[in-house]
Write a protein that binds this ligand. Structure first.
Ligand code: FES
Length: 132
């Protein structure tokens, strides 16, 4: 069960770290926002918005290509758009991106840091190209 509470620093509890095996991707829903959670190592995770800005593919159903950027990319399962795991930018078109979050693992739980409800966050200002 997702703990919807956050502390003063905006850390939000997503799920037990044991729910995500190292190297796996998991879809987590927080406050109506789908998130793609990737466990990188014993104490490291990456979290991005799950919804691809192209046409809404679920990025957590995609795969990781470690060779596209230094950090590797999460590749959308629908049409193959890649998004850098560190900054969320599409290396082929840096004006496109998904939101990424600071993460931590504490007391066996994966947490992300947000400073306000996700529904009130600014749009990253990156619109999909309707011609693609
Ligand atoms: S929906 Fe993601 S690349 Fe098209």
């Amino acid at each position: 069960m997702v703990d919807l509470t956050s502390n003063a620093q905006g850390w939000i509890d997503l799920c037990p770290v044991a729910d995500v095996s190292i190297g796996d991707l998991k879809y987590v829903l927080y406050n109506k926002q789908g998130l793609a959670v990737r466990r990188v190592g014993e104490l490291a995770v990456q979290v991005l918005d799950d919804c691809c800005p192209h046409a809404g593919g679920s990025l957590s159903a995609g795969h990781v290509d470690p060779d596209l950027t230094d950090a590797g990319c999460l590749v959308c399962p629908w049409h193959g758009w890649p998004f850098d795991l560190d900054n969320g930018r599409c290396p082929d078109n840096p004006s496109l991106a998904v939101r990424t979050y600071p993460t931590r693992i504490t007391n066996g739980r994966i947490q992300i840091q947000i400073n306000m409800p996700i529904s009130e966050m600014d749009d990253p200002g990156l619109d999909p190209d309707p011609n693609i």
